[in-house]
Design a binder for this molecule. Structure first.
Ligand SMILES: [Ca+2]
Length: 177
């Protein structure tokens, strides 16, 4: 599986998980994207895309918010077209946050979580979150505009132990910063 792809066009991030056991609290996972200015690619996000926040230029689109994991196939799908982003933007980080409403819920608590990044018929990466099992949120990958202006995708699995709001603010920060 390639972890580094150049010349990215239209990409889908497909998030899936299974519903929690009967009588247990529902698990609500959310896809999150953060777009960064080319001048400050690990700084403050220029804007966020999640169930409650749309991309101002329509280049990143979330199909719907699934709150339980019920349903066949992908439970939430985000579509990204980095090539249509204004040149002031240079990086997009995509991740998954687990809502922490009722309890501290990690990926280890969730049944069969997974996120695939797909371009056409090509799978760019498939993350099952076992390497960040103790995290409550994690990045999946990043899209970066290179010097020639093309967008590249890189798998980037980094766990966070925080709530979805602060994850969205810090998911693209430099490790250790
Ligand atoms: Ca959700």
């Amino acid at each position: 599986m390639s972890t580094f792809n150049k010349g990215i066009g239209r990409v889908q991030v497909q998030l899936r998980w299974d519903p929690s056991a009967k009588g247990q609290v529902d698990h609500d996972l959310d896809l999150v994207a953060a777009t960064y200015f080319a001048a400050d690619p690990t700084g403050e996000p220029a804007y966020l895309v999640h169930f409650d926040s749309r991309s101002p230029d329509g280049t990143i689109f979330l199909d719907h918010d699934n709150r339980t994991g019920k349903g066949l196939g992908a439970d939430e799908i985000m579509t990204l077209e980095p090539g249509r982003l204004s040149t002031e933007y240079g990086r997009v980080v995509v991740g998954v946050a687990i809502q922490q409403r009722a309890a501290h819920i990690t990926f280890a608590d969730v049944a069969n979580p997974g996120a695939k990044v797909i371009e056409g018929y090509t799978q760019l990466t498939d993350v099952d979150f076992t390497e960040v099992a103790d995290a409550t949120a994690a990045t999946v990958g990043e899209f970066i505009r290179n010097r020639s202006g093309d967008w590249e995708f890189r798998r980037l699995v980094r766990g966070f132990d925080t709530d979805p709001q602060s994850f969205a603010r810090t998911m693209g920060s430099r490790p250790g910063a």
